[in-house]
Design a protein. Structure first.
Length: 143
């Protein structure tokens, strides 16, 4: 699978637990996610503040206070999976059933092609876009 590559130099937003406010480029703490597994690094963000709010809805029942943090992503090689609906399927139920997440094939292909990040569409709001950053050093906090 070959995904189109493009540069990205612009704002992104992260909704992070308050405990990470001083380290906003931190990678996801979970061992697995939509686009990471087997010890892979992934920092999830959205291309809009609204997108960040939509992306986190499934996790809000945990009672953790979160803070919206504006950031800047500068990456020369960003894979673009926004036109591929199967990159945005619900993966959690499949993992609970012991299956491999079908979304991993997209991020694995992007990583193998040298992507620093990958864009994808929101599952519940396809008009919104998110990004998974494979190299968190590409993220900086907006002052």
């Amino acid at each position: 699978m070959t995904l189109p590559m493009l540069p990205y130099d612009g704002p992104v937003w992260r909704l992070l637990p308050r405990a990470f406010i001083d380290t906003p480029a931190i990678a996801a703490r979970a061992s697995e996610g939509r686009f990471h597994h087997s010890g892979q690094i992934a920092a999830y963000a959205s291309l809009s503040a609204e997108g960040a709010s939509v992306a986190i809805q499934r996790y809000l029942s945990d009672g953790v206070e979160r803070v919206l943090i504006p950031m800047w992503l500068t990456a020369g090689r960003v894979a673009d999976a926004r036109e591929i609906p199967s990159a945005s399927v619900v993966w959690q139920d499949l993992r609970k059933a012991g299956q491999v997440s079908p979304t991993w094939m997209f991020s694995d292909a992007a990583r193998q092609a040298g992507a620093q990040a990958m864009l994808y569409s929101s599952r519940s709001r396809p008009d919104l876009s998110h990004v998974v950053v494979f190299e968190p050093k590409c993220l900086s906090q907006v002052s």
